[in-house]
Design a protein around this ligand. Sequence first.
Ligand code: HLD
Length: 496
Amino acid sequence: MFVLFSDILPLDENGLSATREFLLKVVEILMEYIKETHDRQAKILEFKHPADMRKQLELDLPDTGVTLQQLVDDCSITLKYQVRTGHPRFFNQLSCGLDLVSMAGEWLTATANTNMFTYEIAPVFILMEHVVLQRMREIIGFTGGDSILAPGGSISNLYAFLAARHKMFPDYKSRGLHSIRGQLVMYTSDQCHYSVKSCAAVCGLGTDNCVEVPSDERGRMIPSELERLILERKSRGHIPFFVNATAGTTVLGAFDPLEPIADICQKYKLWMHVDAAWGGGLLFSRKHRHPRLTGIERADSVTWNPHKLMGTLLQCSTVHFKEDGLLISCNQMSAEYLFMQDKLYDVQYDTGDKVIQCGRHNDIFKLWLQWRAKGTEGFEKLMDRLMELSQYMVRKIKAQPDKYYLILEPEMMNVSFWYVPTRMRSMAHSREREKLLGQITPVLKGRMMQAGTLMVGYQPLDDRPNFFRNIISSAAVTEKDIDFLLAEMDRLGHDL
Ligand code: HLD
C-alpha cells in the first residue's frame, strides 16, 4: 500500500476514507500506548543512551516523502521509546499521570488547531477561559480580577512580576529603565523555583537584586528574615517592591506562611505574589487547604498550574490577578492587524493583547472537559487521595528505618528520603553517612532507569547531598505501587 499524504485530505478531495483509515491507525497506536501505560507488568521506559537511541530511530528528513504506512510505523517507534509518564510507577516529576478525559480534550484541541488571541477565531474556547479562570479566582478568594493561561509556571511568574512593576511604575512601559530612579529589589525564599530569580535576570534588576530569604528547617520562608532584609535594602536607598511566597516548593513541598508575609507586604506596600504552581491544587481540599494556603486571598497575584496536582495534560498553567485591567494595561501593544477596535463583537473578548506573546496555545479545553467530568468535588477527592497516599508512604518509610531515612515530615506530596543499602545500615546517622548516601543515590536512580521498572527523582539541596524526592501526583497510583516502589528500590540497591 503506497498511500501518500497527497492521497488524503485536503490534497485528494475524494480522500476521506483514506484519511479515516490513516487516522484510525494512529489512534490504534495511541490506544496501545495507553494500554501499556496502565499495565504494571510493562516497563516505564526502555532506556538507551543517546547515541544508541539515535541508531534505533530513522530521524532523517527525506527528500522524497515517505508513505503513510511509514508514518504510522514512525509513530509507533516514537512511542516505543517514550517514557510512560502516566505509568503508576512514575514518581519522577510534579506532573505525572495521564488523565484520559483531559487527553481527549487535548486531541480535540489539536484538531480544532486554533490560536487563542482573538474571539474571532476561538469563540467557544475564549468563553471557556472566562468561566474556568473566574472559578479558579473564586476558589483562591479573589472577587473580580483577571487571569491568563501562560506557557508554564515560570512565564506565569514573569507575568506577575511585570504586572507588579507596571502597577508601581506605569511609566516603565514607555520610558524604560531610566523611569525608575533607584534599584528595584524583589524577595523570595531560598527554596523558591528558579524562575523567580530568572525574572530579576530578564527584567533588568539583576539576580543580585533578587534577595533570597532564609527558610526554616522545613523549607518555609522566615517572615522576620524577610522584614530584616527589606529594611536592610531600604537603608541602602533601594526600592523593595515584590515578594514571592511559594505555596509548595519544588523539592520539599513547603508552604511559606502567607499571613505573616501578607502583613509585611501590607506594611511596606509591596506586591505579594504566591507561586502556587505546585501546591495550588490543594485549594480544592477543605481538609488540607488550611493552614497551608490560608491567606492566599490577600495576595495580589497567584500562579497555579493545573498540569501538576490536578492532572490536566501538559501544559496548563494559570496566573491570577486581584486587580482587573492590569494585564491589558501592562502588556497591550494594540497591533492594528489583529486587535482592531471596530470589530463585529465586544473586543474585550480578544485576550491576545493582555500577553507578551502573540500566539497562544489552547490550554483551556482539556481543563474545562476534565472539570466537567470530575466536578469540583472530584478534584477535592483527588487531592485528599494524593495526600492520603503520601502519608501512607511516610508511614511505610518510618516502619523500615534501617532501609529508608525520612528527611522531614512533608507538608504535601513530596516525600524526601535516603535509601540505605545493606552495608550502611549499621552505621549511626551522621554527616559522613549522608555523604555516602548521597553518592549511592544517583547510582540507584541509574539502576532504576536501566531496569525500567521505577522512576523517582533526586537532587542535592542546600548542604544535604543527593536524596530522593518522591512525588505522588498521579491518580493511577495506589498503595500497592508504593509498596512496590520501596521493595524495588531495595531489590535494585541493597548491594550498593
Ligand atoms: O519546574 C518544574 C516543573 C515541573 C512540572 O511541570 O512537572 C519542576 C518539576 O516539574 C519537577 O518535577 O521538579
